[in-house]
Design a protein around this ligand. Structure first.
Ligand code: TRP
Length: 331
């Protein structure tokens, strides 16, 4: 069975865009592949989080993924820092990663622009750590978006280089994995582009948002002055609301408002009210599970422990074999 590895950035809460993008794929993959999903807390140290914030966000991310239906019995879900073998493999891979290629990495150059006051070595070697995450389980597939393609290319580079240097065929070449056309792009509420938390307050609807917050955000969503001709093409902002409706509302509701739009009778206030209620209905079970799980530290500890144990079986084996290949052997 092929192995899938995915690292989850340990920042912030999940929104509808995350759910209909990556997470729905994870839910499917977990039953079809040997899956490792981990929370990338080592990676998050590049920004020097306060220890309490680090701890809280890791817990929140874990709880939200579980609330979405990631099944710790089917997939292996673990916390990156629970697997020190990753750190060892990272050290070993660093010896064959060249400073020049790391400096040329787009995400590193971006970081230099964003915060030139904190260009630490961890940022420079971020792609090596990511490679270690993937190679530690000798993964074949990595479900990542466009923004991670270069990192994945570097992972292949490091894995292949290791194979060449030591004349082995040890690491497989991991490829990007996406469900192509099945991927629904979820737009935000601000009228342009996709849902994302960095796009500004109110653009994203989070799974943990209360009904009041959801209603407020949806009522503030951008629209236009309304159609001026029958069957007119919808402007992007309005089209976006329909796209959102398609994922949370019934087909009848979508058809109703579509008809209203085409006959120029649409009232955006009514449309938004309906959309908000359907979003509340959709997110409520998630929010309730998030609240319940957050209180259940015993369960969370059990999941984390079990995940670390399962992941260890794989990581110990890899590091042992890599050490032997490199020449660390008993006399
Ligand atoms: N760099 C990824 C991101 O920013 C997170 C990540 C870390 C990752 N290690 C990984 C993703 C390994 C896939 C595989 O989203």
């Amino acid at each position: 069975m092929e192995t899938v590895v995915s690292g989850i950035r340990s920042t912030g809460n999940l929104h509808l865009g995350n759910y209909f993008g990556a997470i729905k794929n994870f839910l499917k993959m977990q039953h079809e592949y040997r899956c490792f999903f981990f929370i990338a807390d080592y990676h998050s140290l590049t920004t020097h989080p306060h220890p309490k914030d680090l701890h809280d966000t890791v817990k929140q991310v874990l709880v939200e993924y579980l609330a979405c239906g990631i099944d710790p019995e089917a997939a292996t879900i673990y916390i990156q820092s629970d697997l020190p073998e990753t750190a060892e493999l990272y050290l070993l891979m660093n010896m064959n990663a060249y400073v020049g290629e790391l400096e040329r990495c787009t995400s590193f150059k971006e970081k230099i622009r964003q915060h030139s006051d904190n260009i630490n070595a961890g940022l420079l070697t971020y792609p090596v750590l990511m490679a270690a995450d993937i190679l530690i389980h000798r993964a074949n597939k990595v479900p990542v978006g466009k923004d991670q393609e270069q990192h994945l290319e570097m992972t292949r580079q490091f894995g292949n280089r290791f194979n060449r240097i030591y004349e082995v065929e040890y690491f497989p070449e991991p490829v990007a994995f996406n469900f192509g056309t099945e991927l629904v792009k979820i737009p935000g509420l601000d009228g342009n582009g996709k849902m994302g938390k960095s796009e500004g307050e109110g653009n994203a609807v989070f799974l943990a948002d209360t009904p009041e917050i959801i209603r407020k955000k949806v009522m503030k969503a951008v629209t236009d002055a309304g159609p001026t001709e029958p069957n007119q093409k919808k402007p992007e902002a309005v089209e976006n609301l329909f796209t959102l409706m398609k994922v949370v509302s019934s087909p009848e509701t979508v058809a109703f408002f579509d008809e209203q739009y085409n006959s120029m009778k649409v009232r955006y206030g009514d449309l938004k009210k309906q959309l908000a209620e359907d979003m509340v209905t959709f997110t409520t079970p998630f929010r309730e599970r998030i609240t319940d799980l957050s209180k259940n530290n015993d369960y969370i500890n059990k999941v984390v422990k079990q995940g670390a144990e399962k992941a260890h079986e794989s990581s110990r084996k890899t590091v042992k074999e890599v050490r032997e290949i490199i020449g660390f052997k008993a006399f």
